[in-house]
Design a protein around this ligand. Structure first.
Ligand code: NAI
Ligand SMILES: N[C@@H](CC=O)C(=O)O
Ligand code: NA
Length: 430
């Protein structure tokens, strides 16, 4: 309980997201005070480059001593928007030790060390909130943790990385090149400090780990998530998807097995039909479907990246943490009682689109078809296009285990008549 005294907030990091948090805390001060029941004040802003002009932030609040700031005994809530593992982890730890609650957008840290952070929050009677860490502005974690706490979630599927969605969208709709689109996404503040995290799927995989943990009341770490990024998606894959009435999206898919005894979490590009709602998710927008026993299918949609939308999610968490300080209550802690094992990717069953370069001569098609049959992978459609003694063969399969498809491709690569495997992509959303 705080007896109406002002609540003091320490902001760590004043970049794309942090600068917007600072602006909103200041410009919305009156509304925040009314909603919390006490004034909410910025008590310090830790930065790396103090000389930079930071509009709207009083210069006396700026410090380069982040450790000193989180060690202050008068701080009620620490907002961490530095990113990365260290020093963010140590700073959050110190914040908890000093009784402060923590609001963070740091999915990388949560996917690596979430359980330790929850444990530290518990030990010191503080709150840990991180709505901004998954799907930016979209209220998704709070609905999963609170609104659906009485239901049983079986599947979470969606687009959770704005940068890669922006790139794929630009490549598909305006024919932009990969690098040009990445540069634009970076300039708009969507990409991570190192955009490899986005394009190689690490960011989406961290979000998938967080989502799977919360949805299935278990623990899933970044290393448990099968991860493929978009760096190998070519203009020809996108054109091929178009010919099938599909588009290519980077999806995060978390599922609980039908027998309820294990879970899977994966991130990879996939072809989805143009008629699927995810196909119309443009630019840096995100959309996530949640399927639950009683609620049925729910869809969450909105801005998944960018300074202002992300700051909205942080401010929501800040209000929750401050309200708890005022009333002496606590927000939800970790719920990981199921401790379900994570199954390997080989067990996951999906459809595949495989593009092969083959010799254009009689018998090749039946030879290729026999390899699929030998591995128990059933073919749905085949399209062949000849070009100067060579041909391109596009095979779309029925649903098959990932391990069976991997073995099929391995055998195909060994055939003399198969010159190369141009691309393999999963097909989802049908
Ligand atoms: N940009 C976005 O759209 C979103 C970002 N996030 C997450 O929010 C966090 C921040 O992201 P951005 O603001 O985009 O990154 P950013 O790189 O623009 O900002 C981070 C700031 O922290 C500062 N910093 C680094 N080390 C520091 C230290 N030791 N002490 C004080 N300041 C330090 C940097 O100088 C930089 O200004 C990351 O965890 C990111 O994953 C989450 C959702 C969306
Ligand atoms: N780099 C991330 C930012 C938000 O989480 C993204 O592009 O989605
Ligand atoms: Na969110």
């Amino acid at each position: 309980m705080t007896d109406g005294r002002p609540l003091k907030v320490a902001l760590l990091g004043c970049g794309v997201v942090g600068s917007q948090v600072a602006r909103l805390v200041t410009t919305h001060a009156a509304d925040l005070a009314a909603r919390v029941g006490a004034p909410v004040e910025l008590a310090g802003v830790a930065v790396r480059r103090p000389g930079r002009l930071r509009e709207g932030v009083l210069s006396e609040l700026i410090t380069t001593d982040a450790q000193g700031l989180v060690s202050r005994s008068d701080i009620d809530v620490v907002v961490e928007v530095i990113g990365g593992i260290e020093p963010a982890r140590s700073l959050i730890s110190t914040a908890f030790e000093n009784g402060a609650s923590v609001v963070t957008a740091n999915k990388a840290l949560l996917a690596e060390d979430g359980p330790s952070l929850y444990a530290a929050a518990d030990k010191y009677g503080a709150d840990l909130y991180f709505e901004a860490a998954v799907a930016g502005a979209i209220p998704l974690l709070r609905p999963l943790r609170e609104s659906l706490a009485g239901d049983s979630v079986n599947r979470v599927l969606g687009i959770v990385n704005g940068t890669t969605n922006f790139i794929l969208d630009r490549m598909d709709t305006s024919g932009a090149g990969y690098y040009e689109a990445l540069e634009e996404a970076t300039a708009l503040g969507y990409a991570e400090a190192d955009p490899t995290a986005d394009v190689e799927g690490f960011d989406a995989a961290a979000k998938a780990a967080i989502l799977a943990g919360i949805a299935f009341h278990t623990r899933v770490r970044l290393d448990d998530v099968h991860r493929e990024g978009i760096t190998e998606v070519t203009a020809s894959d996108i054109a091929s998807a178009r010919r099938m009435g599909c588009t290519v999206k980077l999806l995060a898919i978390c599922e609980r097995a039908a027998d309820g005894r294990s879970v899977t979490a994966r991130v990879h590009p996939a072809m989805i039909p143009l008629t699927h709602p995810l196909a119309s998710v443009r630019e840096a927008y995100n959309a996530v479907f949640v399927e639950a026993d009683s609620a049925g299918s729910l869809m969450f949609y909105g801005q998944g990246a960018g300074g202002v939308p992300t700051a909205s999610a942080i401010l929501g968490d800040l209000v929750a943490a401050c309200r708890n300080k005022v009333s002496g209550a606590r927000g939800p802690g970790e719920s990981a009682y199921t401790m379900l094992p994570v199954s390997p990717m080989g067990d996951v069953v999906t459809r595949f689109h495989i593009s092969l370069d083959v010799a254009d001569k009689p018998g090749v098609l039946s030879q290729v078809a026999a390899v699929f049959a030998d591995h128990g992978v059933s073919i749905d459609t085949v399209r062949q296009q000849g070009k100067d003694g060579e041909a391109s063969l596009v095979v779309v399969t029925h649903r098959a285990p990932d391990a069976a498809l991997t073995a099929t491709v391995e055998t195909l690569r060994g055939l003399d008549t198969v010159r190369g495997v141009a691309s393999i992509m999963r097909v989802e959303g049908e």
